[in-house]
Write a protein that binds this ligand. Sequence first.
Ligand code: GCV
Length: 848
Amino acid sequence: MRPLFWLATALIPAVMAEDGLDGWLRYAPLPDKIAKCYAKSIPSQVTVLGATDGLPLASAVKELKLGLKGILGKEVDISDEGCMGGETPSILLSTLENYVSVCGDLDDPPELDEDGFYFNTKDGNVVILGSNERATLYGTFEYLSRLAQARFEPVEYVDNPEANIRWGNHWDNMDYTTSTHGSIERGYAGVSIFFKDNKIRDDLSRVEQYARLLSSIRINAIVINNVNANPITLTDENLAGVGRIADLFRPYGVQVALSLNFASPVELGDLDTFDPLDEDVVRWWDGMVDKIYGVVPDLAGFLNKANSEGQPGPLTYNRTLAEGANLMARPAARHGGIFMFRAFVYDHHLDHRDWYNDRANAAVDFFKHHDGEFEDNVVVQIKYGPIDFQVREPPSTLFANLRHTPVAVELQVTQEYLGQQNHLFYLTPLWRDILDFDLRVDGEESYVRDVVSGKRFGHKLGGYAAVINVGMDRNWLGSHLAMSNLYAYGRIAWDSSSDSVDVVEDWTRLTFGLDRGVIDTVAEMSMLSWPMYENYTGNLGVQTLTDILHTHYGPNPASQDNNGWGQWTRANRYSIGMDRTVWNGTGYAGQYPAEVAERFEHIETTPDNLLLWFHHVPYTHVLKSGKTVIQHFYDAHYDGAEAAQTLVPMWESLKGRFDDERYEHMLHRLVYQAGHAIVWRDAVNYFYHNLSGIEDEAGRVGSHPWRIEVEDMELDGYERVAVTPPSTASRFYAVEAAANATVATATATLGFPAGTYRLAVNYYDLPDGQASYEVFINGEEVAAWEGDYDLYLGNTKSEFLDGHSAARRWLGEVTIAEGDELKIVGRPDGIERAPLDYVVFLPEGVVD
Ligand code: GCV
């Protein structure tokens, strides 16, 4: 006979391997005890009024069945008749309107806005009444989310959205061979789920799964193609494909929208002009928009990037931006469509020698005088900061300067400048920082959140857009933890007062289960991530300091300046920062309403974290904290890199508390991040140390007593190479195997005191090649690795030795004695010539 404990363990659900495909919609079984206790109290009868196949109410029923089965192991009966107050407890799903027409007026009807819903679980029944079908589906997802988090307390409330525009923007390209940025511009999780080889994919199964996720966070529209729009999206064949995509989103209440290329009448049609005032052009767009709506009658509308970064637009013909937007907005309006017009218009050939030039001024310069000239369905979509999704920016001044035009804020779920999903960066606190900023228009409360919702200036339209860029990777964004940002985006766009910690805790429960230790740890790691990343990348409002000319990933402070892009820091030997004051600088501070302008005009009233955004000061300037600017840089970079090391043990404490598959995947990324944070720290610190010539008071910068520079070792087959930018190599040099070498070695005699050390090596991991490496102490192999980070990290790759490819391997502990021989053998592969920077023997407690 089998022992009884066998039976007991058989009843506990095994921890199943998970790949992240379900995101937060896992409907994972609740622990037995909880499920048993509560399953009985959940009605077994579902009443759905007016469901039609292919529309959101039918999806609500489908999700409910799936969810109740998964979470509580409960089967339900479905009926299409019944009203509140019946004898059998039920879960009632309906639109409010339909409920009233079938069951009669309610005594106390809920006040629902568009997409809002009424939710009541108070008397043993569950009632979900939406203002429309998708709202009822939102309420159903809400119910399932509560159950999955074991929130059974009876509640009754109305949930209305703050804003009616809650859009996602994809920067997906039609193909990846001819597009400059591959399949998805700034995508870090595989290729497009929509497009392939200039066509819509035949297999769109990922789109349906994506629709569920978006709907559950109440995103109501999705722009499927890049703002750098390819006109061929509008060919007959591709439009038919767009129709197929819309058919998959429709059941989940997510409307499709399209980015339009302003030059389409020429590129796709047979006109020789795209002048917005030309009658043939007007006719062409009228016809095209009618045709698009013929295929997708419920299209949400359009998005357009005009006259920016090489995109065509009305300025080409000396027409105004308003004339350009209205050209396509008018026919869209006839179909009830919205026209989102991006404010990201600027000149990327600015003369950097002119102290008074400033890209940050562009949005107001280009748009303010057109306020009131746009059609009613035009919404100006404004990036949260005046530059470009930086680690710290003040809110764009344009939010305070358009009173007669509805606006939306553009956020970025994809971490373009923020670690490209290899670095943990939980974005909600950054978004809240912007949304909670009081612009003090006319001296009155004017939070950015109230400007974008339309509340502040009395607009019906307004809200949110976020660049999402999920890809074919099974876990959507490349990193499991990055999915908290997508979830959070939906929560914030619905209710901008959502608390950052609450949101990540909810997401963690849904994603990893109810273990308090997991919830607390993930929340702690997430809340640490913004200050940490800011610390080791760009401080005091100087921007992210990544390589803006190449991949936007690794460090390259020098790339900010002396070019036309206008992301300048104006760093020289003595001083740093953009002078954006009115009295002596670019005047940007003066674009804010008076109270805010006054605050940013003066160093004394500018917060330290935005000092260099608004002021140009000597490195020796003393901050409010009492530190000098340069010492703050040094300290912050050390603090940030040190904090990044703590993510690994925090995550390791979670081993075995959910599936190994997701645990291991994240562990690799966090270990990598711990190393890359050191690359960042050193590159930025070396750069400013070198430029300013000012020593670190703590004596850390440039002093690495536990490192061995590989270029100083005895080399056989290896050659010393200068790295660009120099600060992305320890002491500016590295080694690579000579062109004809199949194997190369570096040897040195160790001078460290006898003891046990943590061994690590910094090298460069390039695409298109997996070099292999072995490390020997006194002829005995102690470690080996392959340069294969490129195979599983999602960042934009660099083929050069630089801050993007620079990486660290942690090689475990070694015990050595003074005089031991260290030998590294590298075997190049493809373009990866087994490059090495330095080896480090870390005594207990040292991070270097
Ligand atoms: C889609 C930045 C990005 C570009 C992007 C652009 C935009 O410059 O690096 O990839 O283009 O913003 O938002 O239009």
